[in-house]
Ligand binder design. Structure first.
Ligand code: AMP
Length: 442
């Protein structure tokens, strides 16, 4: 017995490691303070989306991994290095979505949306996942608002998407620069590949091992390389615009002509390739525009990006369906909004705060609160608090115009105190007339 007792004591002495749960690297909470920015941007984006005839779609966060490898491309950074993928209990290879377009296209095909009147215009919002090296503006979980137009080939669609982005950034007063390029069709890209191979014939050895493979498999990806040396070499490479076929050239010219007409300034950027294989023809990004930011930084903090993807529906097993889309990064827009010293507009609200003192009044206040909500009063409470001082401080902090005070006496006499926070004047009124009394004073 004595032995067991000693053993037990020993076990007790073993230090237990404290478990302190933490969010995963590159993933963070969006606290209410940041959430307010998200709400503001989302409200504007959704409103604009609806004006342009987009409808909301919710797509799963988890999809078959092959959906992304096929659409985004095997040699892209997203697929090669950044996929959050795993094998599920049924032995299927699945992945957390790194972007929204592939899922929307899958949904379009799977739900027979090609039979609906075209184009089908969809918008989505939600978290995306990329296993990137976390750094400023680059997180492993981030939020995108995206728009997709499926079943429309004309350059006007590209222009409208850009216009929608432009209107959004104008509305929130964010200074941005539009970067635009044309990646052509597979024929143009074949010719471009030939020219790139020729250009790199004697320089190939100087490229990083990854770019040497890229050159063989998907030469446009060379422009995604973050290695300084590769960037230096590729900066003098031929431009894809010189390889465009007549149809792609005309498409691009029409996009630019329309932008000119709309007086939307743009920068022709032949190095803009967008890191995903499915793009054809127009690609564009909105970069933050701020004194002191280099082009490299602007591109690293790109706020929104999109383009045309005329072959993706076909690649994923659907009928030939031209399409285009764009995605906005909510975290980056929030950050840049703050960097440009912009402020959220002050809400003009008529907040009424309901304060209570004592148990009986608390009970009564619980019901009164519900009635005031039904009467569409912008009512706030702090029923969990007992101290009147604490409640008044809170009412002040949230900018309440009126405070209603319910105490034991008031309950007994079926009255309530109304305090006007601007003048400090307090009046006792009949509790049954409270809605009228509030409306009189707001
Ligand atoms: P992409 O799908 O890469 O074109 O991204 C579209 C937008 O999403 C970008 O312009 C960024 O605003 C945002 N974004 C992309 N990757 C990240 C990331 N790792 N962290 C935060 N935002 C991102």
């Amino acid at each position: 017995m004595a032995k067991i007792g000693r053993q037990k004591k020993k076990q007790i002495k073993v230090k237990k490691e404290k478990f302190i749960p933490q969010s995963l690297k590159g993933m963070r909470d969006i606290l209410p303070e940041e959430g307010k920015y998200f709400d503001y941007f989302l409200e504007k984006l959704e409103k604009l989306a609806k004006i342009y005839g987009f409808e909301k779609i919710e797509i799963p966060i988890l999809e078959e991994k092959s959906l992304f490898t096929r659409s985004i491309g095997q040699t892209t950074d997203i697929v090669e290095k950044e996929m959050f993928s795993f094998v599920d209990k049924g032995g299927r290879e699945v992945a957390l979505r790194p972007e929204g377009t592939a899922g929307v296209v899958r949904a379009y095909i799977e739900n027979g949306m090609q039979n609906l009147p075209q184009p089908v215009k969809l918008y989505y919002f939600g978290p995306m996942f990329r296993y990137e090296k976390p750094q400023a503006g680059r997180e492993r979980q981030f939020h995108q608002f995206g728009l997709e137009v499926l079943g429309a080939a004309g350059p006007i669609v590209d222009v409208q998407l850009i216009l929608l982005c432009w209107n959004f950034f104008q509305e929130i007063k964010l200074q941005t620069e539009l970067q635009i390029n044309c990646l052509g069709c597979p024929d143009c890209q074949k010719e471009y590949r030939r020219r790139l191979l020729e250009f790199f014939r004697y320089k190939k050895r100087l490229l990083c091992p990854n770019c040497r493979i890229r050159l063989e498999k998907s030469p446009l990806r060379i422009f995604d390389c973050k290695e300084k040396k590769c960037q230096e070499i590729s900066s003098t490479a031929p431009s894809i615009v010189d390889c465009l076929c007549e149809a792609c050239k005309n498409h691009f010219i029409k996009v630019l002509e329309n932008l000119d007409e709309l007086e939307i300034p743009y920068n022709l950027n032949s190095r803009l390739v967008r890191g995903l294989d499915y793009y054809t023809k127009t690609v564009f990004e909105f970069w933050p525009s701020r004194i002191g930011l280099s082009d490299e930084e602007k591109s690293r903090f790109s706020l929104a990006g999109g383009g045309r993807y005329d072959n993706l529906v076909k690649i994923l097993g659907g009928p030939v369906t031209p399409a285009a889309g764009v995605a906005f990064g909510l975290e980056r827009i929030t950050e840049e909004f703050k960097n440009q010293n912009l402020k959220l507009p002050k809400e003009r609200r008529n907040i009424v705060f309901l304060a209570q003192i004592g148990e009986t009044a608390k009970k009564k206040a619980l019901h009164l609160f519900e009635n005031l909500v039904k009467a569409k009063i912008d009512i706030k409470e702090a029923l969990a608090k007992d101290s009147l001082k604490a409640q008044l401080e809170l009412a002040n902090k949230i900018g309440a115009k009126l405070v209603l005070i319910l105490g034991q006496d008031e309950v007994a006499h079926k009255t309530i105190i109304i305090k006007d926070m601007r003048t400090g004047i307090q009046e006792v009124v009949n509790v049954d007339k409270i809605v009228e009394e509030i409306k009189k004073r707001l």
